[in-house]
Ligand binder design. Structure first.
Ligand code: WTA
Length: 635
């Protein structure tokens, strides 16, 4: 893969300027030098940002798995592609070579075909972090089926709504999963979800935990016997550059989750290129990203980015706290990990434990350490830099989103001087800008604004499944002609960006995007609840936690409040998943509203944070007296 031709910081600025002066030339070179194409493109990019129409590498033909696997076989067939590290350290880890991956993905692709899945069909994958998750995902891509991986922590109704939104024809799941000292009944969750999913014809089940699960005649099939019978000879489907590769759901600030659609060629070029350069990957390095493949970070930097580079990537099934808090460090040592990529939440939760857990391990193989998913606070940054990176590994604080496909703003290791809490500078090819409230581009530094990108990049999602209008409204309307990220940022005197957080109603809890609206919808379905409002508030470990203000119906008023609070959280767990549970629930008699009936979340946020200064003008409220009541009842 091409590397930036940058050997010092001044050269970064030169390369950056060149890349934005002629972006077509910049991306054309990268795309033509690094991949196997059946056919090259007519135009590098074709776009109309105002209409939210973006195409990259038009008319090119390609298959991403040819580039992830087949292309490497001649020289690297025996190289390890995937290291699987199980939840339980006593279970042996596995090394899957590129040859073996080729064989297993080909067989799986043939199983999908034999089950009637064809190009363009949607397949929902609901699996724990086991090799089959990677293999089934790649097998979809091989035959041109659109994968929709759903994080295996989502509840039955959350999975069902995702399956229905994109009308998946098949679900791939397992009999269960291990997570620390617990097992999770994934098949049971799917059975419950499928009661309301008419599009699903078949369910393939991986045996992971030997659970006695119900198999529905005619619908459910164990995967192993099907694989055994399948041929390992599979010709990859020829895909158009703009054919959808996958759908991945992300929370919106309103209503149902957004099925972000990523297409084939642009995503391939962008993830491959950013993986190589942001992590400074060198041949024979071992790369470990601790995310779940159910999130974009896992898609781009466990699976596609590393495999496109012929790298060795670790798939870790477990959690950082099991069997104890040294698990991450032990895995780094065991597999001689060179690049480690994790989330601030994980760093904060490990930093509060004794240093003994980490000091047992020299971690001397590490070269670059990365952070993603939420702002990293200064303390966590230093702990990461000092104790994990030994002050010798650059910390790449990478800013990006499900929608962006890959990293947009990040230091380039050994080139960009790092600065705690700053994601630093846009990568070459990325035209980041800050916008003020009047929708003007902010030219000055040392200011805060809405973070936008004013020119497309190959990895940008192309639409929301089934709702292009929503895609256009959400990302291209606030600042016409520009992609609006939904994040605010501060730019310092050298032009470094520091992400200040969401400016919409999405709260990032432990690195997971949670839209407040769907949680409110779930709470409001509880029979005792009349209305609710959720806001985020700062939390030492999780970054943010959720605070719910709940108005009860008369029937609810008579109930025991502690029990009700528990029930509300159970309700949220069942509708969305345990990650969306509220840390605090305050029962109130009203919510501050504007005269047009809109909840003033700004005020609720301040109350939840315990910041009673500067509520702003409350006289425009319909019910200003409620503010005092809520303040007095704060928990
Ligand atoms: C936040 C994860 C600060 C941000 C790849 C963004 C960050 C949202 C950073 C996307 C970072 C991600 N510093 N904030 N380095 N990286 N975010 O879609 O608010 O799960 O909009 O993608 O996470 O989350 P998503």
């Amino acid at each position: 893969m091409s590397r930036y031709k940058i050997s010092n910081f001044e050269e970064y600025f030169k390369e950056y300027k060149k890349s934005i002066k002629d972006p077509k030339k910049f991306w054309d070179k990268i795309a033509s030098e690094n991949f196997t194409w059946y056919q090259e493109w007519d135009k590098v990019v074709d776009f109309n940002m105002a209409e939210a129409e973006i195409k990259w590498f038009t008319d090119a033909k390609v298959n991403i798995t040819k580039n992830c696997i087949d292309r490497h076989l001649a020289k690297k067939g025996d190289k390890t592609a995937i290291i699987f590290e199980p939840n339980n350290p006593d279970e042996a880890s596995q090394a899957i070579t590129y040859n073996e991956l080729h064989q297993r993905v080909s067989k799986m692709a043939n199983v999908l075909l034999s089950q009637g899945i064809k190009k363009g069909d949607r397949v929902c994958i609901y699996l724990p972090m086991i090799p089959e998750l990677a293999i089934t995902t790649l097998a979809c891509a091989r035959i041109g089926a659109i994968h929709s991986v759903v994080f295996a922590g989502f509840s039955a109704s959350a999975v069902a709504s995702r399956i229905n939104d994109s009308e998946c024809k098949m679900v791939i799941t397992s009999d269960g999963g291990y997570r620390g000292n617990k097992t999770i009944d994934l098949k049971g969750i799917i059975d419950e979800a499928l009661i309301n999913c008419p599009s699903v014809e078949n369910v393939l089940v991986v045996n992971r935990i030997n659970a006695a699960v119900q198999m529905k005649e005619g619908r459910d099939h164990w995967l192993a016997p099907l694989l055994e019978k399948a041929s390992d000879n599979n010709t990859a489907e020829i895909m158009d550059a703009e054919d959808p590769l996958f759908i991945l759901y992300t929370s919106g600030s309103t209503g149902k989750p957004k099925g972000m659609v990523h297409t084939t060629a642009g995503y391939m070029v962008y993830t491959a290129y950013t993986f190589q350069n942001v992590f400074n990957y060198e041949e024979n390095d071992i790369f470990w990203c601790t995310a779940d493949i159910g999130w974009i970070t896992g898609h781009s930097y466990i699976l596609y980015g590393p495999l496109l580079n012929g790298a060795t990537t670790v798939i870790f099934e477990g959690v950082p706290s099991y069997p104890d808090f040294s698990r991450f460090w032990e895995v780094i040592e065991k597999h001689k990990v060179n690049q480690f990529y994790t989330a601030p939440t994980a760093i904060r939760s490990l930093a509060k434990e004794s240093l003994d857990y980490i000091q047992k391990y020299p971690l001397s193989t590490l070269k670059v350490i990365g952070s993603v998913g939420e702002p990293i606070n200064e303390e966590a940054w230093h702990w990461y830099n000092d104790h994990v990176g030994g002050k010798r590994c650059p910390v790449v604080d990478t800013w990006w989103q499900t929608e962006t496909g890959g990293i947009l703003i990040s230091p380039i290791p050994f080139i960009t001087p790092t600065k705690p809490t700053y994601a630093t500078l846009p990568l070459p090819g990325i035209q980041a800008v800050l916008m003020d409230e009047k929708r003007n581009e902010i030219e000055d530094n040392q200011v805060v604004g809405s973070l936008c990108i004013k020119y497309p990049w190959p990895g940008i999602a192309r639409t929301i499944w089934g709702d292009h209008q929503r895609y256009k409204d959400t990302y291209f309307s606030a600042f016409p002609g520009k992609y609006f990220s939904g994040d605010g940022a501060l730019r310092d005197e050298v032009g470094y960006y520091r992400i200040t957080g969401r400016v919409d109603d999405v709260v990032i809890v432990s690195g997971h995007n949670l839209g407040t609206a769907p949680i409110e919808d779930a709470i409001n379905e509880h029979p005792a609840v009349a209305e609710s409002a959720i806001v985020g508030f700062p939390h030492d470990i999780k970054g943010n936690a959720l605070y719910g203000f709940v108005i009860l119906k008369e029937t609810g008023e008579k109930r025991d409040k502690e029990n009700l609070a528990k029930e509300i959280n159970q309700h949220i767990s069942a509708h969305i998943g345990p990650i969306a549970k509220l840390d605090k629930i305050q029962f109130v008699s009203g919510l501050p509203k504007t005269r047009s009936g809109k909840i003033m979340r700004r005020i609720l946020r301040k109350i939840a944070e315990g910041d009673y200064s500067n509520f702003g003008d409350t006289t425009t409220l319909l019910n200003p007296e409620i503010v005092e009541e809520i303040k007095n009842g704060k928990i």
